[in-house]
Design a protein around this ligand. Structure first.
Ligand code: IPE
Ligand code: IPE
Ligand code: MG
Length: 243
């Protein structure tokens, strides 16, 4: 049986959920934030080590300004309201992405919650905000190149491990399972390097309707999958016998 240590979640479908109810898209985002809160608690209770939530992509900056502003407001409100609960639930928070592009008060809220939860030892919760994996890879290449330039590294020392260590998700392990709601089957610039051997689950459920029960069903399905990492099925069976 597999053990899921890290779940990546592409929370998609808020707009369509609201549209189905003839409501503004913002209504879907509010409901989506509630779902996020429930799923975070569920993952914490289930003893999952890492949860990475895709909250706002680099490309989402292209949305109408009013929607961008609303999403920033919602994130800030979530962090202010949830800081204490996160500590109570022993959840360690951090954000990845181009934080410098965010409004100053949101950056402050992120800093405060990160500090408040830094000693928590339960679920490691990562919000990907203003995050794009291609940008993350570019930054990693820049950092590595600069170390080579300063003679802190040789070209031969550049390895898969070293590149992973320069990704923003470090030191979290790669995601075992990436879930995307709303029926879209794409990564939309999420964890491109880290998802090389992730299992994927695409569900038609719109994010505001996503539930703990569905998450458990997805994890149960994940547990029964055979992860071969390039090897053959008999090899995997043999390894399991030895272990
Ligand atoms: C996901 O829902 C939330 C964010 C991307 C911030 P969407 O807003 O993308 O909802 P749809 O895809 O338009 O339904
Ligand atoms: C991806 O959703 C980003 C988040 C869930 C935050 P989008 O709805 O922005 O993705 P695309 O643009 O349709 O691929
Ligand atoms: Mg979408």
């Amino acid at each position: 049986m597999n053990k899921v240590r890290h779940i990546g979640m592409i929370m998609d479908g808020n707009g369509r959920w609201a549209q189905l109810r003839r409501k503004p898209r913002t209504f879907g985002h509010i409901k989506g934030a509630r779902t996020a809160k429930k799923i975070i608690t569920a993952c914490s209770q289930m003893g999952i080590e890492n949860l990475t939530l895709y909250a706002f992509s680099t490309e989402n900056w292209l949305r109408p300004q009013a929607e961008v502003n609303f999403l920033m407001h919602l994130l800030r409100r979530y962090l202010k309201r949830e800081s204490e609960n996160l500590v109570k639930e022993n959840i360690q928070f951090r954000a990845i992405g181009e934080v410098e592009r965010l409004p100053a008060d949101l950056v402050n809220a992120i800093r405060e919650v990160t500090q408040a939860t830094q000693h928590c030892t339960g679920l490691k919760l990562t919000f990907a905000i203003s995050y794009g994996s291609r940008q993350e890879i570019v930054h990693a290449v820049q950092k590595i190149a600069s170390k080579v330039q300063k003679n802190l590294l040789t070209v031969e020392q550049i390895s898969e491990t070293l590149v992973s260590q320069h990704m923003e998700t470090y030191p979290a392990c790669d995601p075992d399972l990436i879930i995307r709601t709303s029926g879209e089957q794409r990564l939309s610039n999420f964890l491109l390097w880290q998802s090389a051997y992730s299992e994927f689950c695409f569900t038609d459920t719109l994010w505001p309707d996503f539930s703990k029960e569905e998450l458990i069903a997805i994890i149960t399905d994940f547990n029964s999958r055979e992860r071969r990492f390039g090897k053959t099925s008999p090899q995997i069976a043999n390894e399991q016998l030895i272990n």
